[in-house]
Write a protein that binds this ligand. Sequence first.
Ligand code: SAM
Length: 176
Amino acid sequence: MLTKKHDRLVGTYFDKAAVTFDTFYDGKRSRFMRWVDKKFRSDMFERFRLTFGALDSLEGSTVLDIGCGSGPYVVEAARRGARQVTGLDMAPGMIALATQRADAAGLCEKCRFTLGNFPQDAPQGQFDYAIVMGVTDYVPDTAAFLRAVAKLVKRRAVLSFPSKHWFRTPVRKMRY
Ligand SMILES: C[S@@+](CC[C@H](N)C(=O)[O-])C[C@H]1O[C@@H](n2cnc3c(N)ncnc32)[C@H](O)[C@@H]1O
């Protein structure tokens, strides 16, 4: 019951925040917000760089991006030669933006998107790689989540975990 309420809050929050969240990646924010992002959210750019540094060549591989958001990792994986990239997210607004991003990059044939809540809506089959960035922050049962990821991955999964932050941690606690 608690988990269902939590999932609804997370899904609704990210659905509403999808467009604003997406502007982060494309530098479409105001000068002030770009300064804020650089000062306080530079870890988001760093983890993008580290993720693809931690993955082998993706040539011909299959990739699952859990909590794909507006799809920056999905499109980058496809750009790097993955044969098929699946993005899963619980927020319809994020899935819509991710689909647009893949279309705009001319990579929609390699990318497929699924609306769903992981692990309940885990896709069938296995994938060479999984990417899970900025998602475990919002997961109530991390152990069950990680076991489900491990079952789906043949080669390697790259995940981020939140550190305790003086500002972000209490804000998230209140929000969800
Ligand atoms: C902070 S955003 C990160 C998006 C993307 N991975 C990135 O780094 O740009 C977190 C995303 O995870 C999604 N999400 C959170 N929990 C999820 C779950 N259990 N199943 C599917 N999506 C989830 C949210 O809807 C949101 O789009």
